[in-house]
Design a protein around this ligand. Structure first.
Ligand code: GAF
Length: 389
């Protein structure tokens, strides 16, 4: 990575990259003991890093995120504010877990589009965690169990330092996914299983449609949904809504019942999708994606007009199924598209957005890719950017 030496006056000790993710299905259930099925994408956030003898974190970004410098002893809720909280929070959480972590000089290159619902924040956290793991000899990055501990530190950073009440799906995907698979994550016990998922092999493509509508997970709307489902579970006297029945939900006030219905039906759809993928029936998951979107839009109310338009247009132009991904209120949708129809779908979505006066969307071909790793050489080609539409 050029620029590290000019920023910090020395060479980096190495570079670490963590992927963004697309969640195939199982949205807004990772904080409700649910099941989700994300996969890592080829788009990555890269950090070049060198360790320091003191407890200072110096952070620079080649993208628009600016500069942060903080003593790790000063890291706390909301400090540092903004994007620096993700990286500083990870080092803070590792220290809090008893690991011998010191300061870092860190130069960040973002290639996961920011705020697009593809987990750019988790990518930054996980790349930082892996750099710290290597540079301070924590020995966690080499095993799934160790990576789970790194993921837990990343989640603490996001929950306690950044103040976003997110679940752990994104960090698990970034640290535990494998190429050619989706990661079945059971957030009840943190267990994972690699589920074969190779859209190309089935003549399909997972087309990401970035609406360019930006959102922030700490803006209150995401946390509000989490609070609602926790309240619903508490009202029913259940540890979570995971095993609630639709009959039980009917006893709740109608607003809470709708939120709960999303959780219960979405977990069911994940189970169905996994059964289809295990049986090699990738082309048959489309209706589950559509149903997931409807549930997120109507029961959970986390979609928006641009996401709804992207999904409806993609379906009409030949997608087998389409849904919003991530936290919602903007960001991206995915469409499962026969490769031969991909261009037509892109054209149709672009035209529909133009007709409605929306910003021009971006498109990415999302391929199930490997988890976070140290990069071997300066010219490593795993670093890719958003495909210009
Ligand atoms: C965001 C959160 F970070 C995840 O934990 C998850 O809840 C997701 O929204 C919705 O499924 O990406």
């Amino acid at each position: 990575m050029n620029g590290f030496a000019s920023e910090f006056g020395r060479e980096p000790a190495g570079r670490w990259a963590a992927p963004g993710r697309v969640n195939l299905i199982g949205e807004h259930v990772d904080y409700a003991d649910g099941l989700c099925l994300p996969f890592a994408i080829a788009q990555r956030t890269v950090v070049a890093a060198a360790d320091r003898d003191d407890a200072v974190l110096r952070l620079r970004s080649l993208a628009e995120r600016g500069t942060v410098e903080i003593d790790l002893d000063d890291v706390g809720t909301g400090s540092p504010a903004g994007w620096g909280g993700y990286a500083a929070g990870v080092l803070w959480a590792l220290r809090a877990a008893g690991h011998p972590v010191r300061g870092l000089d860190l130069l960040v290159t973002d290639t996961v589009p920011l705020g697009a619902g593809l987990s750019s924040s988790a990518a930054l956290e996980c790349a930082t965690a892996l750099a710290a793991d290597d540079l301070f000899g924590l020995g966690l990055g080499g095993t799934p169990e160790g990576r789970r501990q790194l993921a837990a530190a990343c989640v603490r950073a996001e929950n306690e330092i950044v103040g976003a009440a997110t679940g752990g799906m994104d960090q698990a995907a970034a640290l535990l996914a494998t190429a050619g698979h989706a990661l079945l994550l059971d957030t009840h016990d943190g267990s994972t299983r690699q589920v074969p998922f190779d859209p190309q092999d089935a003549g399909l493509q997972v087309l990401v449609i970035d609406t360019k509508v930006r959102h922030h997970l700490a803006d209150g709307r995401y946390g509000n949904r989490r609070t609602a489902v926790e309240k619903a579970a508490e009202t029913l006297g259940l540890p979570s809504l995971r095993d609630a029945t639709l009959d039980q939900l009917a006893a709740l006030d109608p607003g809470l019942a709708r939120r709960g219905r999303h959780i219960v039906t979405e977990i069911g759809r994940v189970r169905e999708a996994v059964a289809l993928l295990d049986a090699g029936l990738v082309t048959e998951i489309g209706p589950l994606l559509d149903a997931s979107h409807t549930s997120l839009a109507e029961d959970y109310e986390v979609s928006c007009a641009e996401l709804d338009l992207a999904c409806a247009t993609a379906r009409a132009a030949g997608a087998l199924g389409a849904r919003m991904v991530g936290g919602g209120f903007g960001g991206s949708a995915i469409a499962l598209v026969p490769v031969a129809r991909a261009e037509a779908v892109e054209r149709a979505v672009r035209a529909a957005f133009e007709a409605d006066g929306y910003r021009e969307p971006d498109f990415i071909d999302a391929e199930p890719s490997p988890a976070a790793a140290r990069l071997a050489t300066p010219g490593d080609s795993t670093v890719v950017g958003l495909v210009a539409a």
